[in-house]
Design a protein around this ligand. Sequence first.
Ligand code: PHE
Length: 461
Amino acid sequence: MNADLSAKCAPAEERGSWGSSVGFILAAAGSAVGLGNIWGFPMQVGKGGGAIFVLLYLVCVFVICFPILIAELAIGRAAARGPIAAFQTLRPRTPWWVVGALGVLAGVGILSFYAVIAGWTLAYVWYAATGAAGSDPGGFFGAFVKDGSKNVWLSFAVLVITAGIIIGGVRQGIEKASKIMMPALFILLVLLGLRALTLPGAAQGLAYYVKPDFSGITNIAVINAALGQAFFSLSLGMGAMLTYGSYLSKKTAVVKSAAWVAGLDTLVALLAGFIIFPAGFSLAGFNPAEGGPGLIFAVLPGLFSSMPGGALFGAAFFVLLTLAALTSAISLLEVPVAALVDRGWCRRKSVILLTLFVTVLAVPSALSQGASPALSKLPVFGMDFLTLMATVWNNWALPIGGLLIAIFAGWVWGADNVIAELEAEGNPFPFARAWSFLIKYVCPLAILFIIVMTARGMFGG
Ligand code: PHE
């Protein structure tokens, strides 16, 4: 069957490569920067009690996730294969390929709810341009997400666009799109932040965002959420960065690129908070903890309607947010695609089949915000299906994937091999010893501790 599907492939086109280091950084930053930063981060800050969550998040990013980002990129580049085959290449005839397989599942699972939210942003391009949300953006959003068939179609549209870009391949598709979209998004975010900070009520929002209330620091559920958010935001723990690393040439300075990616991703998330909280607190009756998945959709239209040229800014913002979501969706889909391409499948056929599969999986998430009462409040977990998906993948699957990757890099393949890979062709790896300590001891123990404690908290023990 593989042979049939790959019959018409041109073998030279099968694996791609990045055109330049900047192209790689932008594509990897494009994967990292997405709905996780602008939709997810403020929502998690709201749920997690404000600035204390921000603090815990930053610790997770720099102490746990950044070392794993370096490890994923190194594994990918050394093997020059997608997630499953990479583990098979570096440690043949061991069960480590299962880590890659988990990543493939996570890519499909995450994309199935990610596409739904990206569909909202797509619709909001139009709503912002026409001022449709009116004076009650929260109510408007509630009615919008209840429309099941609209939501299913929107997620389908997102998946089709994603598939269209990814079929173009690594350099002409992914890299080209990211190079244009990322800088534009960044500029717009800074502009909106400046506007939000000058709104009446902004000071209260700012205080909520930057002044930590330390009583939350021992709340394990909040720590778990911060860790999950850090993994999700950096596209870690499921082989997306590994796959992007596999398109790198040996000449690229990986550690430096990784620092850029983590830095840009963190900057964009922090900026999003500087927009949402001041703007939110300037609205009457705003409660960040109750925002849920609709937080930015309920707050931002209010911000736009308060500024001159708001319809234009609003539409531009949602265009860019849609584009940021697309560069992330691309990397989510690229993980299972790369796994199939490694097995000799055609890129085009892999993309089409996977897109259809994810479209079906997206339906329950699309119907979970009011369209279907059963999916909107699941009997067992008391949350809606989309929130359940996001929690399972972010708070559990990605940290567990990251834990296994850290063990693989630190102990199985070995920290010294990683360092040798990264120092190939004379590239520098400053703080290599510190990295080695973090990946061998700190990352695995910290992640293990957090997930075990969270499980105990949830299931009683
Ligand atoms: N990092 C992306 C975001 O913040 C989401 C993502 C997660 C992409 C995992 C790829 C892999 O939106």
